[in-house]
Design a protein around this ligand. Sequence first.
Ligand code: ADP
Ligand code: MG
Length: 446
Amino acid sequence: FWNYFTNKIKSEITPTSYSTWVESAKPLYISGNDIHISVQSNLHKEYWQRNYVKNIAIDSYEFNGVELNPIIENEEEQQEQQNLNIAYDSSTENADRSDKNTPVFQNSHLNPKYTFESFIIGGANKMAHAAAVAAAGEPGQIYNPLFIYGGVGLGKTHLMQAIGHEMLKNNPNARVKYVTSETFANDFINSIQTRTQEEFREEYRNVDLLLIDDIQFFAEKEGTQEEFFHTFNKLHENNKQIVLTSDRLPNEIPKLQNRLVSRFKWGLSVDITAPDLETRIAILRNKAKAENLEIPDDTLSYIAQQVNTNVRELEGALLRVQAYSAMKNTDINKSLAADALKALKLSKAKNGLTVSSIQNRVAKYYHVSIADLKGKKRVKTIVLPRQIAMYLSRELTDRSLPQIGMEFGGKDHTTVMHSCDKIAELAIKNDDVKQAIGELRDELKN
Ligand code: ADP
Ligand code: MG
């Protein structure tokens, strides 16, 4: 099936795209109807999810009547997910360290790219960054736990791992452990099955810094939450730094036990929202430099304007432009970027309307700021315009609920859904709202 499938793709896309995106993917195994496929990076994973997930189901059915459900796994992530026990290698203890600033670590799976140095600071992540720097400087002393939350691709994992790097820089003996919540859960379950709970506890309770990524996946996992509760207490008692990330606030995580929610509030919760244009340009510039790409400023700014949802997509757009220029064998400029991104139809809607153009219009109409539309203020004069902007985004663009939520400062899709329902109701009952929506809709359509 794999050969059949990849050959089919090969005939449909350019050789460069094929070699960039498809060639390196490996089928791992089939379990039940799930086919596990390993790809090189997160960008690849997204590309696969965007382009081939449906095809695999259809083509496998065509091939032998079985509809396979693809599970795309990212090699990098799998490595990162493996337990990270960065231990100081004692064999160097007696060696002359004066010429050796970098200590030797075992199993260092922190992504070396995710440092404070490579993290671009902007309005949307300033607070989170400052808190992370503070926590890294005086671990366990200031914000414990530090809870970073926000939508996908906004830099939570990056910032969290930067704390790990920084702590190791300050103290090479520090024991830093980074895991995703799934790894924590899997380790815990394995330890029960193999009767190695002692080792499990030993491993998680004797660290100086525990980083647990995407804690929202603890929902529903009762036993894991119980175990984590004790891990948390032990570390906290000993003033060991704990950093957690999630896509939402603790009290919004379904089925998260109250005692955990209340403990998470002991420290500081900070959010990261979608970066503004200036920050996006700065991120692209930095990235281009790191990749040794020559890209004129107007082109960087063009790309940054096309992608306003999250940083991961922004990086994906840059990669796409890069691949496109390699394929065409020409320098990167604005028109090449436009061609490269056209196919993605990024952030462009049916009628050319984007969420941000709708936000602009609505903000002007109601004399409120864009920041307030994207923000969290609950006053009526802002809530109504915000909900109307969401409603119109839903109606006039082809963005999904989560995507719209993302463009409103990383709000949950249920918030968007609720807003749309609310406005739909008001549009019938309330004449002012009805008139406002009518006027805004007309203005936007023209
Ligand atoms: P999240 O964990 O919130 O989903 P990540 O931390 O994985 O997001 O970030 C996605 C990508 O965007 C990573 O490659 C990361 O390095 C990059 N990134 C995010 N925010 C920034 C930033 N402020 N500066 C530089 N790179 C960033
Ligand atoms: Mg992450």
